[in-house]
Write a protein that binds this ligand. Structure first.
Ligand code: ADP
Length: 405
């Protein structure tokens, strides 16, 4: 008989990939994780690793799609572990965009699928892929409840002053043009986690959460609720990102189209895929590469490094407005959890009036890839500064498990 406790299968579908993990929602134990990649392409493949075992991989066949990948997970990978298959009590799906329709995790029904479809205009790359994944998973794992967890849900508590744009009202009321935010599952998780770590009451605790990965955003969280965030209608807004430009004057689009003759699709491609750290450094979108260049004195990498930190420090400083008083600043995501150089520079850039000070040794030690995290502020800092590794999969697993209970 199995000694595996109840588990949740967490699925995160992209346009050409499916990431999956089987997690114990109570203690975060990961029994299996993996990814199917290059879906719909000749080189479609899947790789996975059971806890304590070597990674395995398999070609899925020419142009294998999400359906094939998810049914391979069920019929081939999990078939070797009937105990794990039996322990599954829910499937949790990560959904990038739930618009104003979804403010919390939701049990998947045909109506919910239709709702996710309605939000496609605001996440044209992600939501269609999520739907394909949901449909494939509902077929493959028909006997357990499926639950969607929306990245935008955490940001639905923002007030109109933060989420409205100063454009004609009907563009919001009729067409839904407003700030929605992104990475909400991560912001919510680290905001709650830092309060726990600091023994603070999360409902009386103000925190600025910096989720810094290839995609990046900052949120202001007041007493556990999001009151502002840097991502807008789509994940293009806000910080300088790996290949996205972040905040930019909308007139740049008019200028490029009207004067320089670009097509709108070309501008979209440039802003999303050829901008950010990639454009500034001209060599890499990866923060490790940027840091290496910065340390060697490469001019372009230095500009990329400085602009990333400068933009982030400006956002952090601006979030003192909605929060009034800030108890903690949290760094998370691949860059936030690891780059002590970035954190040092960002804190240096914050004006003296905020009184944010680092313990340089603690900062240097807090690198998640070496197992380090936790508080990095000095004893006389006016604000706590903490590195908290994010765990979006655990949040999704817990959210899905609630429905089973
Ligand atoms: P996403 O989930 O958005 O794809 P991640 O959260 O995995 O991204 O973060 C990826 C970023 O984290 C990359 O820019 C990568 O260079 C950076 N990163 C990962 N490990 C380190 C490290 N040890 N030091 C500095 N940056 C790192």
């Amino acid at each position: 008989m199995s000694n595996v406790e109840k588990t949740v299968l967490v699925i995160n579908c992209g346009s050409s990939s499916v990431k999956f993990a089987i997690i114990n929602p109570n203690d975060g134990h990961v029994y299996l994780n993996g990814i199917a990649e290059y879906l719909n392409l000749p080189e479609a493949r899947i790789e996975w690793r059971f806890e304590g075992q070597e990674k395995q991989s398999q070609d899925l066949g020419n142009k294998a799609d999400h359906d094939i990948a998810i049914s391979f997970l069920n019929s081939n990978i999990l078939a070797t572990r009937p105990d794990l298959l039996e322990s599954l009590c829910a499937v949790g799906h990560r959904i990038v965009q739930g618009g104003e329709l979804y403010t919390e995790p939701t049990l998947v029904t045909d109506e919910v699928e239709a709702g996710i479809e309605k939000c496609i205009p605001f996440a044209p790359l992600h939501n269609p892929a999520h739907l394909i994944g949901i449909r494939a998973a509902r077929k493959a794992f028909a006997n357990v409840p499926h639950v969607t967890v929306f990245d935008t849900a955490f940001h639905q508590t923002m007030p109109p002053v933060a989420y409205r744009y100063a454009i004609p009202e009907e563009l919001y009321t009729k067409n839904g043009i407003r700030r929605y935010g992104a990475h909400g599952t991560s912001h919510g998780y680290v905001a709650a986690e830092v309060a726990k770590q600091l023994n603070a009451d999360p409902e009386n605790f103000n925190v600025i959460t910096c989720h810094l990965g290839n995609g990046a955003s900052v949120s202001a969280v007041k007493n556990g609720k999001c009151v502002d965030t840097s991502i807008g209608l789509t994940p293009l807004d806000g910080l300088v990102m790996g290949t996205r430009c972040g905040s930019i004057d909308a007139s740049v689009v008019f200028f490029m189209c009207d004067v320089l003759g670009y097509k709108v699709e070309e501008v979209r491609e440039i802003f999303n895929k050829k901008s950010g750290l990639m454009a500034l450094s001209t060599t890499t979108s990866d923060w490790r590469g940027i840091t290496e260049g910065y340390e060697k004195g490469d001019e372009k990498c230095t500009l990329a490094f400085e602009m990333f930190c400068y933009r982030l420090a400006k956002y952090i400083a601006s979030y003192y407005v909605p929060l009034g008083h800030v108890d903690a600043i949290v760094f998370t995501g691949g860059i936030g959890e690891n780059s002590y150089l970035m954190r040092k520079r960002v804190v240096e850039l914050l004006p003296e009036v905020f009184g944010a000070k680092l313990d340089l040794e603690a900062n240097s030690k807090a690198r998640a890839y070496l197992g380090g995290s936790g508080p990095i502020h000095s004893a006389d800092s006016k604000v706590k500064i903490v590195v908290v590794p994010t765990n979006e999969e655990l949040v999704i697993a817990r959210s899905a498990f609630k429905f089973v209970k």
